[in-house]
Design a protein around this ligand. Sequence first.
Ligand SMILES: [Zn+2]
Length: 473
Amino acid sequence: MKYILALIFNILIPVSLLGQEQKAAQYLQKIRNNEAQLTAFMAQMPKGGDLHHHFSGSIYAEPLLEKAIKLDYYLHTETMAVAKDQAGQKNWKRFSELASEGRLEGIKNEILRRWSVKDFYTGFYPSDQLFFESFDKFLPALHEEYSPGMVELKNRAIAENVSYLETMFTPVYSKVNIQDLTAYDAELRQLMHQSDQQAVLNLLENIYSKLMQKESMNQAVIWNNSFIQHLHDSLKIDDERFSMRYQKYVLRFKNPVDLFKDIVISFMSANQSDLVVGVNMVAPEHGENSMKDYRLHMLMFQFCHQKFPRVKYSLHAGELAMGQVAPENLTWHIDEAIHTAKANRIGHGVDMPYEKHSYELLRYMSHQKIPVEVNLVSNRFILQIKGDKHPIKLYHDFKVPMVISTDDAGVLRTSLTEQFVLLAKSYPFFTYANIKQLVYNSLDYSFIKEAAIKQKLRQDLDRRFKEFEAKIP
Ligand SMILES: [Zn+2]
């Protein structure tokens, strides 16, 4: 009898579990054209991790504004930028001054409209400019204190059933003096212009050895890593339900040597800390220096990859649209990020249809398991790429691994839930099983270093999915 019961039990359990998953899949098919029903579904669905978002852009504008008012910062009444001190400067006024003039309440909404997409309508302001310019306007308020933002991100993640964040957290802070090296800027660009890649790598080796002779390089690594470690520990960011890890980022508009110094420090930081799991490069890809030096940047990453082979990095590549840059510049950025820079993940990859060898590249990404971080709301707002203009079907058909991310929930006033709603509604070829795979990808392709943490998050995700599927109507 015991044997028979055990046999029945063993057969019944998998069948009933499969049943739950099928039920969820059928329910999704039934509701996927109703946005409210779909939102209820996606809000409760476990979503694993968000691997592509910038810490500063993920915080909502309201708490930042509140802080700036509390600290009585200065506001530029034309641009809506804030600053700690602009005493006596034209158009700059303290918040207390605005309040005493009775203008503060009226101007608050103006500020939110420049710090985020609040009340945005076509014709208000160029959308890409609004997005990228917003950061400089609110950053002084953010830099005052990181803790509230970290807690806000964690709490929001938990509330929408997200268990992991891999945030692009801080730029590189350093006191490394590179006055003696800036003459190499012109030389690097010149060699790049001559397409002499080996000469560029040789020169980078030379600059690298000079940088490594500076004690301030090591000091920068120690300072940057302990800054993160202290915040992470003192706020008890990791707990039973949630983990956060950090990517160090560099700014792609900087001049070559300055940027290279930051890349080296970032790789050193990621090489030495379990919390700093990767490196990224940010700022508009279509910016002047970013476009001019793109190939050079890819070689810098290749160089650092050879020096620090264990360090993982993701690169924003192909976050470009027709009309934004010359068409020939839509044809090679993803390819270079993969083949030259050896990126572990690609951020956006939106211009894939224009890539010169897109089929080969897609096949390569699929075989090598190089995922693309898909940011649907961001692409829709900044690049006007949506519907079947988005290459998501190409990636899907070529079986390139994908993750779904927010980039950035604060400025864009969105959430990870909304990304999945948009995905399920706009792209009906994604089955429930596919969507579930995307969620698991967000842990499997994360840069988490500690195997135990990854395993714990994965097991926790299994449990969350079981719970979720069991309560589907
Ligand atoms: Zn981004």
